[in-house]
Unconditional design. Sequence first.
Lengths: 266, 315
Amino acid sequence: MTSLPNPAPTKKLGLVIDLDICVGCHACAVNCKEWNTGGHSAPLTDWNAYSGAEAEDGEDTGAWGVWFNRIHTYEAGEGAEARTVHFPRSCLHCEEPACVSVCPTGASYKREEDGIVLVNPDTCIGCKLCSWACPYGAREYDHEDGVMKKCTMCIDRIYNENLEEVDRVPACVSTCPVSARHFGDLGDADSAVSKLVAERGGYDLMPEMGYKPVNKYLPPRPRKDTAGATGAPTRLEALAAQAADAVPTGAGGSKLLSWVDAMLSR
Amino acid sequence: MHPAASVIFFTSASGAGYGLLFLLGIAGAGGLVPGSLALGLVGFALSLGLITAGLMASTFHLGHPERAWRALSQWRSSWLSREGLAAIATYIPAGLFAVGWVFLGETRGVWGVFGLLASLGAVATIACTGMIYASLPTIRQWHHPMVVPVYLVLGLYNGALWMAVLTSTLGGEAELFLDLAIIAGLLAAAVKTAYWRSIDRAVAKTTSGTATGLGDLGRVRLLEGPSTSRNYVMREMGYRVARKHAAKLRLIAGLLGVLVPLALLPLVTLGSGGWTMIPLFLAALSGSAGVVVERWLFFAEATHVVTTYYGAEAA
């Protein structure tokens, strides 16, 4: 059923991606591919995997394959003020996913219980219309299977009782070496992810499209003028003054110090 | 957008077929053409043939054509599903109308009602085809109020050209359909020109800044893409080959689609006898070829917002 669930799901499982600390290592994309090539939408096929040929528009040349998660790197701003930002991009599990409502067969659907958007590979006809409707490039067609594939929010991990509880998160989240990826219920204002979004000003991608993405991105923190602006110089000055005041008088070697102190205090 | 040959053939062939069916229905019910066996046979073979060939072609680009029947289930939300249903539903009155015409020589009365229902179905199906594209906010050149009118007018135009061919050879109000073809051709040229001016002037709302949310930091440009080779999204949505030839293709579409037929049609009224067939037939062929070019351009000119993640500044 490609009509959206009514009422809208209250639980909104999603990701929060911190662009301030992502280092662009692609580990999340690699672990995503590794897990999902044996998961719900398996396999994630590749073509001409070792081809050195240049890829042409629409033609089956060059190496290509199905990935649910792709890492872009952008430069924003000019000159010395420019920032390099690594940018992981995957399905945002939108609240208004047009990829679902355009599907003619009902293969694409949004789950009532947690808002996750999935494709049923047994009923998908491979018309590709959903990939046209998605602004985020989240859906990739599998030529080998003849069906559309996309991020499943690791549906086969997050509810998997055969895994340790700590591992019941999407593969991308579990593998991120800098903890730039967070997973949780964005429909619950008290969840850790919702608090993180509120605290850091998490935002939607392409809000003008009106798809209301569930996944949020945390902006890079403001640029600092000094390296490691921890407030150290002022704290050190206070400590130095405190130490000077604490210099004991009367003891042998400290006469010199008392004299220095007296001279310098003039 | 990547122009799939099967989709271009489908929309242009079925557009002409439904245009012709629309006119056959109205002309039959209104008594503008004789309910002759010859006109019925050729008319329905051509219109239903074009429609059926187009529909068959549209399943060629599917990953699983054997599951195509499933596409009829989601009419509540999907324009593609609605198009499939409208196309199939139109076969029922069209088939009954054809039976009345070909086997009974009846095109009016209750048979005429079937004809009018077939005409209605033809309009609805073309409108659904246009809505598949017009309902996608991701492509501003498609999400445009003139997309559906262009599909309808071009269907009527090609239908009128072929109807003029049929009536001038097999009997009926040929003059009427010649005039209609000229009017529809001028109208199509006007609407399409206005559409091109509109999409050329419009400012893209989506930029690499809104796509990444980094626009506040300044101009956002791609430093490194996610893959070493072009992936599915880049090949399908980021198709670039024809866009650089857009201006030339617009000229070719206008030339083949409207100018050549409009130059040939007056020759029809000057000539007499079987000779009139030659310019008329050439006009119909040229007009149909023009729509194929227009449809190809419709895909090639479309810029998808996802390209802003892959280096485009705006889309």
